[in-house]
Design a protein around this ligand. Sequence first.
Ligand code: KG4
Ligand code: ZN
Length: 334
Amino acid sequence: MKINILAIESSCDETSAAVISDGKILNNIIATQSVHEKYGGVVPELASRAHQQHLIPVVHEAIASSGISKEELSAIAFTRGPGLMGSLLVGVSFAKSLAFALGIPLIDVNHMQAHILAHFIEEPKPSFPFICLTVSGGHTQLVLVKNYLEMEVIGETTDDAVGEAFDKTAKLLGLPYPGGPLIDKYAKTGNPKAFKFPVSDMPELSFSFSGIKTAVLYFLRDNLKENPDFISENLNDICASVQYTLIKMLTQKLIKAAKEHKIKEIAIAGGVSANSGLREELTQLSSKFGWKVFVPKFEYCTDNAAMIAMAAHYKYLKGEFCGLDVVPEARMKI
Ligand code: KG4
Ligand code: ZN
């Protein structure tokens, strides 16, 4: 009998469902919520409502396209946290009801662990132990990955996540949400040394991204006073310079972590790992330090249920299930 798991992701603003069969991802259906664009950020109340609307069609599509019937499912998996409480509740309640109705086990998955386990969806896969830099809209963490479900956070941000720094800079530049991919796009033709922004000086393996947001705010305010067209005339250079600074802050800690732990297998995960500047920089660092670098396929970088399914597969093999009384955890730790 095959292990077939239906996984549901609803932690932020993507409603997603995926089916995994004996460790092989069969599909990864994602409904993106465009409702947040005009607000310049995710509006939690609207996200929960959109999850309610999208979840059943997304699950139907995942089951229909998998060729596996509901009755052949071995377990239902869901994101328990971290994330927005209202969004998590929609996925958790749905997963519980379905598992109860089908009389099959329920598997709770940590979203941050799942971002890392996205590396095991396809070849090439890292070998243990490796260091993963997880960079998303809500998190910036350096994780020592000892095994599939054994992970230790060795460094993290003390304030904003790097994705937030990208998005908030984009907002100051008048770009729509989420601005990270747009900064990436404009940065491609800009000069990264055109403007200088401060690189935060944090102890050990900690990060801080709130300073750069303020620095960009004052920088724009001062320059716009002199020239009201400053942003439109310098957009590419501003994006390239901010992106360069953010990448520098990430990689200097990554280098430190790799040295301290004597590890040369390096992975990146989370939405910001889609950033082309970060990917390029990692290629440079891999030849400089002899690292083996692992970057997930684009569709597995941002929030998706395939990564939840992958994590659920390993939990199933270890018999790690949860009860129907499980509750979501907005601040769930790895
Ligand atoms: O992992 P994710 O999809 O959701 C969270 O769990 O937060 O990450 C979303 C974040 C957003 O801040 C978005 O702007 C950023 O990832 N992002 C990027 C790029 N693509 C997505 N940031 C910079 N460059 C990109 N290409
Ligand atoms: Zn995420």
